[in-house]
Design a protein around this ligand. Structure first.
Ligand SMILES: [Zn+2]
Ligand SMILES: [Zn+2]
Length: 680
């Protein structure tokens, strides 16, 4: 164990930074030479040269499921060693290399194949390895190397022979042999624990160490043994995009390419070294930094479990859509694209209740479910509801600053940024509010979401206002989907009415409101509603709140925006009914639900409000079964294309709901009113 513990020196502090020292070595086994990379050479020496570790590893390996995927990552030499084959000779290069160079060197060795056979005969395996090191180094320094540029001639590499300790010591006592055997079993067990803890993860070195704290005495050694055995992968966090043009780098964690790469004289590795600026907020991903990739989640049984939808108390529309989604996620899937399903549910449809049966299906089959959303406040709000619905499941909630960062759960709730730390982990990925900022239109977050799901896992997209491209794919039949055209209370969505008003700038200048708008506002207040009043610009929020206080003779008027430090407090007071009118921007277009509320959208013809945000803002009204017919007003100088599309969208959903018989039966008068309205 002493030797094992001393291996912490594999990570050296250089000029204030930590870099991973990697080594390359050669072993001759079964009559062939094989090159390997290591970040803890002594672990490799024990594995190849001594008795006990390979045997212990084979026992641990046999106990794990998913043998095939591990074998794919193991070299033939390792397979032979696990079968008990002895190594004829081992040669360790004494020169420490940056991780990327060592990995590339082994790739070059494997790629050279037959050519190396010829060259190797002439000048020996060590010279061939030296040539690979040389080429890896040239590529890293930016020299473009053409095909066949590898010259095995004059390169040399300082190396030493690996010795067998037992032979040196001339035998040992039975007691110390037993102790050594136990130590090696402990090493294999530690590597297995590390691999299990890292399953489905993509972590930088420091993150992996934080996660594994206490799991192994020597974390570097455990990681190295696990990688040798194919239980996980060690790579550079920033990888060469193309072997021949090393300068084209790509971030393995967030998928960003050259456009986001910055090169600095790196204090850690002492070279010009690229780092990724796109995912910098999640810790620095650099060329000389280690990225640990855990094993993917094993496939789930595809069999369908008879779903007890009844217990979730879904409305007929919810139950129908959930049923289609369930059939979809439980079916076996082939290609990556066919695994997407869109749940297009109107605002207030009760999306959260609809995902419960889907999550349950995955949990019953022994899988892990992810619910991700771009918005932190949505994550925090979902947390207690998920825990109530699944009291026996381990729920992990992840966002910037969350305390559960390194825990593993049956259900993971996360902001989309957190998905960068996962790799092929989840058996079901649900992206809620996929059209919300910043997920919508951010390729990094899309990359992270796709990277986080296991190869077999379906992805469920949830939105009330899917991006045009998804709508098009759904309509043309390319994207399997289910629509929920009605709210859980089965009343139609309030259709916005138009009030012609001057621009907000003019209103603020005149310090007065047009009579029609004022009358509507007073009517809303008189009926006991709380009011959302949306404006386009943050700078208009406070002046408008002030104007409303005066003209409405109402003191409980507040304004808030993304720049308001008191936003959370004001939203909370609004929820409690202490604020009657809240002037705000699109920052509150989603998420905040008030039982009896009316919605006023000023400058509704302005450029910043597109169809989706108009539909979302309108969706704040009529959410409660007690007050299902809230009022929505588009206030502006004219009816813009976005407004027309939004009204068409809302009416279209109401029409579908009516046709499918989802709307609640109301009095004849109301029915006539709606049928007239829908015909318009
Ligand atoms: Zn990145
Ligand atoms: Zn570096």
């Amino acid at each position: 164990m002493m030797r094992f513990a001393s291996l912490r020196c594999a990570f050296l502090r250089v000029q204030g930074g930590v870099w991973v020292k990697a080594y390359v070595y050669l072993v001759c086994i079964g009559g062939a030479w094989s090159a390997q990379m290591t970040i803890a050479p002594e672990v490799d020496r024990l594995f190849w040269m001594e008795d006990g570790l390979a045997e212990a590893a084979r026992v641990v390996d046999g106990r794990q499921s998913g043998r095939k995927s591990r074998e794919k990552l193991r070299s033939k030499a390792v397979e032979l060693r696990l079968k008990g084959e002895r190594v004829e000779e081992g040669l360790l290069s004494e020169e420490a290399l940056p991780l990327g160079d060592a990995i590339r060197c082994v790739e070059l060795w494997q790629g050279a194949g037959a050519a190396r056979g010829e060259a190797g005969k002439a000048c020996g395996p060590l010279a061939s390895l030296a040539a690979c090191v040389e080429q890896a180094r040239r590529e890293a320094s930016g020299a473009l190397v053409g095909p066949g540029g590898q010259a095995a001639g004059d390169a040399s590499l300082p190396a030493r022979q690996w010795a067998r300790a037992a032979a040196e010591a001339g035998g040992s006592s039975p007691g110390s042999a037993r102790a050594a055997a136990r130590a090696r079993e402990a090493m294999a067990a530690a590597a297995q624990r590390a691999a299990a803890a890292l399953q489905g993860r993509a972590l930088l070195r420091s993150e992996a160490h934080a996660l594994l704290e206490g799991a192994a005495a020597d974390i570097g050694g455990a990681l190295q043994l696990a990688q040798l055995l194919g239980w996980l992968r060690l790579t550079g966090a920033v990888a060469a995009g193309n072997g021949r043009r090393r300068r084209e780098c790509r971030c393995r964690r967030c998928g960003s390419g050259e456009a986001h790469m910055h090169r600095t004289a790196c204090a850690a590795c002492g070279r010009m070294c690229a780092y990724c600026s796109a995912c910098l907020t999640m810790g620095r991903s650099r060329e000389c930094e280690l990225l640990v990739l855990g094993m993917p989640a094993p496939p789930l049984p595809a069999d369908s479990i008879p779903a007890d939808l009844h217990k979730w108390q879904l409305s007929p529309a919810q139950a129908a859509a959930t049923g289609s989604a369930l059939r979809f996620i439980e079916a076996p899937h082939q290609s990556q694209q066919s695994k997407e399903f869109l749940l297009w549910a109107v605002t207030g449809a009760g999306k959260t209740e609809m995902i419960f049966p889907l999550v349950e299906s995955v949990l019953i089959r022994g899988g892990r479910a992810l619910i991700a959303t771009p918005r932190r406040d949505v994550v925090i709000e979902l947390d207690p509801r998920i825990r109530r619905a699944f009291p026996d499941a381990r729920v992990v909630t992840l966002y910037g600053g969350s305390e559960q960062r390194w825990e593993a759960g049956d259900i993971t709730l996360a902001t989309t940024h957190q998905l960068m730390r996962f790799y092929l982990a989840f058996d079901l990925v649900i992206i809620d509010e996929l059209d919300a900022f910043p997920y919508h239109g951010d390729p990094i977050l899309h990359f992270a979401a796709d990277k986080s799901r296991a190869p077999h896992a379906p992805k469920l997209l949830l939105s009330a206002t899917p991006p045009t491209e998804l709508q098009r794919r759904a309509r043309s039949g390319q994207l399997p989907h289910a629509r929920v055209p009605v709210r859980y209370h089965r009343h139609p969505l309030p259709v916005p009415q138009l009030i012609r008003t001057p621009s907000v700038a003019k209103l603020l200048q005149a310090k007065s409101l047009p009579r029609a708008l004022l009358a509507a506002l007073n009517h809303s207040l008189a009926r006991g509603a709380q009011l959302f009043l949306f404006v386009q610009r943050i700078s208009q929020v406070e002046p408008m709140a002030k104007l409303l206080r005066t003209v409405l003779k109402q003191s409980a008027v507040e304004g808030t925006s993304s720049q308001d430090p008191l936003r959370a407090d004001k939203v909370s007071r609004f929820r409690k009914g202490q604020i009657r009118v809240l002037v705000t921007t699109t920052i509150l277009e989603r998420g905040v639900t008030i039982p009896r509320s009316d919605v006023y959208i000023l400058d509704a013809d302005g450029r910043l409000f597109d169809e989706a945000s108009l539909v979302q803002m309108a969706g704040r009204a009529g959410r409660s079964g007690d007050d299902p017919n809230g009022f929505v007003y588009f206030c502006g100088r004219e009816r813009s294309r976005s407004q027309i599309s939004a009204v068409r969208h809302i009416r279209g959903m109401n029409r579908i709901a009516g046709k499918q018989g989802y709307l609640i039966q109301e009095g004849t008068a109301t029915r006539t009113f709606w049928s007239r309205l829908l015909k318009r």
